[in-house]
Structures are given as C-alpha cells and as structure tokens.
Design a protein around this ligand. Sequence first.
Ligand code: MCA
Ligand code: AMP
Length: 514
Amino acid sequence: MACGPIFPDAWRANTMTENLFARLERRFPEDRYRLLIQTDTEAQYTYEGMDQETAGYAGVFARLNLEPGDRVAALVDKSAQSLFLYLACLRFGLIYVPLNTAYRRKELEYFLGDAEPALVIGRSQDESSLRNLLPSAPHVYTLDSSGKGTLAEAASTALPFTGVRAVRSDDTAAIVYTSGTTGQPKGAMITHGNLAGNAETLVTAWSFTADDTLLHVLPLCHVHGLFVACHCALWSGARMRFLTEPDTAKILYYLPEASVMMGVPTHYARLIDSGQLTRDRCGNMRLFISGSAPLQPQTFQDFEQRTGHKILERYGMTETGMNTSNPVPGPRLPGTVGPPLPGIEVRIVKPDETPARTGETGNLQIRGSNVFKGYWHKPEKTSEAFTDDGYFITGDLASQDENRYIRIDGRRKDLIISGGYNIYPKEVELCIDGIPEVIESAVIGLPHPDYGETVCAVVVLRSGITLSEAALIHHVKKELASFKAPKSVCFVDELPRNAMGKVRKNVLRERLSA
Ligand code: MCA
Ligand code: AMP
C-alpha cells in the first residue's frame, strides 16, 4: 500500500518527541502497527513496540527519581534496545550521552568524569570496570535482554511511564563527544530543536516516506547512524533493517529489500570490491547516501557503472548535523557535497574574514537552527568556535561554484578521517610519546583504498634502542580505541621541522604517500 509522507505539511513539530510520540498518540494512531525495526537476527518491532519499550525504560528513570537534564551515558552495542534507550531518554527529558564501545579505560574515565551521568547503561562484560571507574556512580545497568542487573529486569517491575515529558526546543537532548585538535574532547550539546529541525529538513530533501526501508549499517554511537539515519526513518514512519555488524556480505544480502542506504565511503568501496554489486540487487533501491568522509569521484563512478545509481554525497558535523547535500531530483556532482540545505546559511571566508569569490577556497562557516548550542562545561571553547555574528567555524576548507555546489577542499584542523571515524593526531602522538623508548612522534594520515585515510606514525627512538612496529601498535591499542592505532609505523632519525621548530607534516605526507 502506498501511503506517502505520514506528516502533513501543516503540522510542525518542534522536538523529536513531539513528532514521534504525539504523532502516534493523537495524529496517526494507526501507525502504531507499522514495522519500525527488523534486525539481522530477524527480531522485529513495530512503532507500538517501540512505544512500550521506551515507556518501560522511562518507568525505570521515574523510579530512580531522575530529573530532566540528568545525563544517561550509554556504552552499548548496536541493537534495537539501544535505540529504544535513546528514545526513552528523549521521552523523559534526559540527556543521552552515547559512547563508543571501542573506547579504552582512560578515554571512558574522561568522558564519564566530564558528563557526570546519573545513570550508566553498559554491556555486561564492562559492568564491573564501569563500577570501578565510577565509584560514586549513582546507577549502573546493563542492556542485555534479560537477567539480573539489566534494564529490562528493572523495567519489568517498574510502572511504565506512558507520558512524554515536555521539553523546550533549546533544551539539550544529547551530548556527543568530538575530539579536539588541542586539549581534551568536547561534548557538543545538541538540542531537541536541532534534532527536529534537521530531521524535518532531511526527510523533505531526501524524499523519505513511510514506504521506505532504510538499510541501517552504521554504529549508533555517532551522529550519522543515530540522528541522521534513524531520525529520517522515525520522522517519516519508515522501516529500518538494522545490521549489527558492518559486514559487506550482509549488506549485499539485505540490499534487495531496501529502498535507501546511508554509509561512509568505505561501505561503498567495499561493495564495489565485492564483485557482487549488480543492478538487480539494487532493484528496489531509490537512494544511496554517503557522508562523514570524502567520497572519491572514482568510487562514485564505479558505483554508478555497476548499479546505475549516483551516490548522493552530503556534508555534516557532530556540532551541526547535516549542512549541505546533493539533491534527490537534480544533478549529483562527484567531488561535491551539494548546495546548502534549506534554512542553513553557509559562507566561505578568506583568512581576513572577507567573502571568498566563486571557486576560491576559504574557511567554511555555518549558521542555522541546526547548529548546536555549545560545548558542555566549556564556555571558552564555545565562544572560540563561533564568529561575532553567530556563525560556527567548522575548521573545514571549501569552495563554492556558481550553482552554490560546495566542494570540501581540505581541513584547517589537524584531523585524520579513517573509515568515517575522526582521529586527532595529537592524541595518538601523546600516547606514543608516553612509550619510554620513544623521543618523539608525528602522526599523519595517508591515503588508503579502503578506509580513505589511515593513521601512520613517524617515530624517533632513543639512540641505540629498538622497538618493533607491533609493540608500538600494541601499546596504542591498550590505551586508545583500536581504530586510532597506526596501521603503519615509520622509524626515522629526526622529524623535519620549519624555522619555527614546527614539524612539517606535509613533507612527511608527501614522502610517505610516495
Ligand atoms: C574499524 N577499525 C578501523 C576502523 N573501523 N580502523 C581504522 N578506521 C576505521 N574506521 C579497526 C578496528 O579497530 C579493528 O581493529 C579492525 O579495524 C577491524 O574492525 P571491524 O569491526 O571489522 O571494522 P571494519 O569492518 O573495518 O569497520 C569499518 C567501518 C567502520 C564499517 C567503516 O569503521 C564504521 O562503521 N565506520 C563508520 C563510523 C561512523 O559512523 N562515523 C560517523 C561519525 P582490531 O582488530 O585491532 O581491533 S559522525 C560524522 O562524521 C558526521 C556527523 C557526518 O558527517 O556523518
Ligand atoms: P565529526 O566531527 O565526526 O562530526 O566529523 C565532521 C567532519 O567530517 C567534518 O568537519 C568534515 O571534515 C568531515 N566530513 C563529513 N562529511 C564529509 C564529506 N562528505 N566530505 C568531506 N568531509 C566530510
């Protein structure tokens, strides 16, 4: 049955909760029985199921006397339940703090210490270390489906909270950590209004309807998988096929039933490499979307040749959600991230803050209701991130053509993006410099066919000392999430420096790329 957009134009929701729960309650009660999630283990949940599960979790929040604005940190694997946990926080006016399960002890210590959660939801294998990390942690539960200490068990004895707490659109809905180029990671405070505005914009721009099936292949601990992907489905009443692992064979298996897929360029490069990507397999697909990292024009072309589909590339950030997008109807140009999305002001300025000319590269700045309200507990970092007239300084370098299509030409910030994950060289350098055998190191990104870029460490050892590449990588993996570990190590006698004593990373990149 074709049903078109669930949401009539006249209805405007200021928050995700208003859109989701109020819609089910008052506007479109029949949508309760539509499928929301099917997993790759064939578990399935309707919108009604989501309503009940989130009411159960919110019942636990009520029993724990959590107050609006309290933080709930989640260190959980991807599952339907982890999405419900997030939605339950929205429902109860709590601030959701997603954390990547790849993070190591020291990283977690910092995030939990900074966010000061009233409740932590973890995996059973992390429970005791979480309790040790948080001696004064008020409450810790796990997210397994049943058993002692699980949120499900707590929910089974709590009175379901079937209401929806009223929130203002500028109340914080989530704190998502982004690493800083200097200093420590910053928690971006993303408001209910940011989420709702961006969801509505994307649903319209990408023509989402209740007829869509989104092939969901991304983790739920970052903005791309949690907000961009899930919100498009939830806002439009669509269905999602949740893949718990980013496995190419599984993506290929479920492609025929899907109509939309969102991924990072690595997903698309792997699909092409599989040799099994055909037009037939994509027969039901209407849209492939890519972001979080640059999509190589070659990948765009190879994908189109095999499937007939032009991948739609868009550009966003944790702090802003999505800013620009190639169009659904209209030309999708490889190597560009499309024009600004409606309602989002994008400008490109030269170092003296005057506007860059058409085609000229400059600093990309963003203003709009999609832009976050600031960094948690870091007012100075917040004011440094904005211009006097309220534009957010992205740290990306870009140019714009005569049709307003934007090209991301580079980054002012020292950042490596590997398979869509951001890695800050400074953090890895500090970790390597902590090895007794090491005098100093420089961490750079090198081009890579699968991950786009990978981490390479250039290391100076104390004289007469040896250290193997494997031992160095092992050390980093003990301290930091393993995706941050170097994929290659190059030992040198000294690092090239400029007259100011600064390491010339561009020289290293040129030498090692060659
Ligand atoms: C995993 N590994 C990686 C990466 N992913 N190494 C470098 N870069 C990576 N991206 C390491 C693991 O630590 C592991 O190491 C080994 O590779 C294999 O892990 P596996 O789980 O098999 O990973 P994979 O299959 O290689 O995963 C690749 C992936 C994944 C599917 C591209 O990284 C992924 O889901 N990326 C998406 C990230 C994302 O959602 N970014 C959005 C941020 P070991 O064996 O040593 O343990 S939000 C954002 O950027 C903004 C808002 C935006 O615009 O979207
Ligand atoms: P994050 O801090 O994880 O939100 O990552 C945001 C950064 O990812 C942006 O500032 C860009 O540098 C990069 N990014 C996101 N989408 C794209 C894209 N389509 N092309 C190039 N870079 C991108």
